[in-house]
Write a protein that binds this ligand. Structure first.
Ligand SMILES: Nc1ccn([C@@H]2O[C@H](COP(=O)(O)O)[C@@H](O)[C@H]2O)c(=O)n1
Ligand SMILES: C[C@@]1(CO)OP(=O)(O)OP(=O)(O)OC[C@H]1O
Length: 159
């Protein structure tokens, strides 16, 4: 069997708002995330991991932040497009592993709902999708509560 691996990383800063959207889950919060789209760093990192595995550039190449079509966009449409390209290139998801990095919100209570959204968009069973979280022990920009980061890695299998 032939495999491809990819990794992705994304950051968005906190700004005015009353919720964040992570892994397609709306989480009530005292801040929002500043972004052209909905600022879903989980999905942006995952898209970049898929694009990277296929050597197809990055999310900004496929969905330029200068394009008004993507203003306040639901990032799940980006992921579904990445999955379409993955399928067209003859690959299916082996597994995906995401780490969310922030002091708050707490991700644990929402991880299962995120996994379910991601598995639906990635057209795979739940057991292939992992969502984890960590703080940075109050160090650095995430530690100061300035924003949320996410990193993702994927393994793609040739169909
Ligand atoms: N935003 C977060 C951060 C962490 N968690 C959970 O807490 C555990 C401990 O985090 P440390 O950074 O102190 O190692 C971590 O393993 C996660 O289970 C979380 O849910 N949301
Ligand atoms: C997702 C896009 C879409 O306009 O904009 P943002 O929501 O700002 O997110 P970013 O992670 O900076 O990726 C760039 C763009 O592709």
């Amino acid at each position: 069997m032939s495999f491809r691996i990819g990794n992705g990383f994304d950051v968005h800063a906190f700004g005015a708002g009353d919720h964040v959207t992570l892994g397609g889950v709306r989480i009530a919060h005292s801040y929002g995330l500043v972004a052209h789209s909905d600022g879903d760093v989980v999905i942006h990192a995952l898209c970049d991991a898929i694009f990277g595995a296929l050597a197809l550039g990055d999310i900004g190449k496929h969905f330029p932040p200068s394009d008004e079509r993507w203003r306040d966009a639901d990032s799940r449409q980006f992921l579904r497009h990445a999955v379409l390209l993955m399928t067209q290139h003859g690959y299916a998801l082996g597994n995906a592993d995401v780490t969310v990095i922030c002091e708050s919100p707490k991700i644990g209570p929402h991880a299962q709902a995120m996994r379910e959204n991601l598995a639906a968009d990635l057209e795979c069973e739940l057991g292939r999708i992992s969502v984890k979280a960590t703080t940075t022990e109050k160090l650095g920009f995430t530690g100061r509560g300035e924003g949320v980061a996410a990193q993702a890695c994927v393994l793609l299998e040739r169909r």
